[in-house]
Design a protein around this ligand. Sequence first.
Ligand SMILES: Nc1ncnc2c1ncn2[C@@H]1O[C@H](COP(=O)(O)OP(=O)(O)O)[C@@H](O)[C@H]1O
Ligand SMILES: [Mg+2]
Length: 233
Amino acid sequence: MLKMKNLNCSYGECQVLYDTSLEVGEGKLIGLIGRNGVGKTTTLKSIMGMVPRKKGSVHFYETNLSDLPPYQIPRMGISYMPQGRHLFPKLTVMENLRIPIVEGPLDKRLLEEIFQYFPRLKERLNQKAGTLSGGEQQMLAVGRALIINPKLILMDEPMEGLMPLLVKLIADTVKIINQKGTTILLVEQNLKTIKNICEGVYIMEKGAIVYEGTPSELEGAMDIQERYLSVKV
Ligand SMILES: Nc1ncnc2c1ncn2[C@@H]1O[C@H](COP(=O)(O)OP(=O)(O)O)[C@@H](O)[C@H]1O
Ligand SMILES: [Mg+2]
């Protein structure tokens, strides 16, 4: 479904991605993990066309995403949840949910599905997003990603900074969303979360993919965990 091949990306003179290749098959929940600053966020941004792709390619099904202007990419069915949520704090929950919808009414069925995952959002529809707790804001960010009924969601550390109970709620919800048919590429720092919910995992180091396997394979590969993720054995 998503195929990135030998992609190179730079911010100005500074190259960040070096021949990065990864694949996400339809229906999969795939994790991308690595230390701070290795290029995980840049990888997601490059898919969305938010950083210039220099060499290599990104295909979504048969479409080369380099052929599309960035605003067309969500219309292909790709949702992006940026790191740090990026909600509109002065707008209400409902207004934030409306943002990705270019025209026409909100899909009531999707809205109900979002409220089923997160009943809290329904209770706070007219509350300004900036006054929500961190966990509620993350729920809203997930809701906003779902509202276009995407085929693929790119999630950038959706559990970052949340307390363990909320980490579990978001992780469980991500799994359910995937089981209902949405493909997900999940960037995470927490290896445990990846092991719990993902079917496949990529490790990134210095702008390149250095490991690809299943969570159970990675579980056994302590040397890899230690080398790339600073996990102590
Ligand atoms: N807008 C930017 N301009 C210049 N350099 C950037 C920019 N964003 C990120 N970088 C650099 O690119 C590298 C990868 O960053 P990023 O993709 O955010 O890593 P990660 O998400 O894995 O922490 C880092 O060295 C970072 O400093
Ligand atoms: Mg990042």
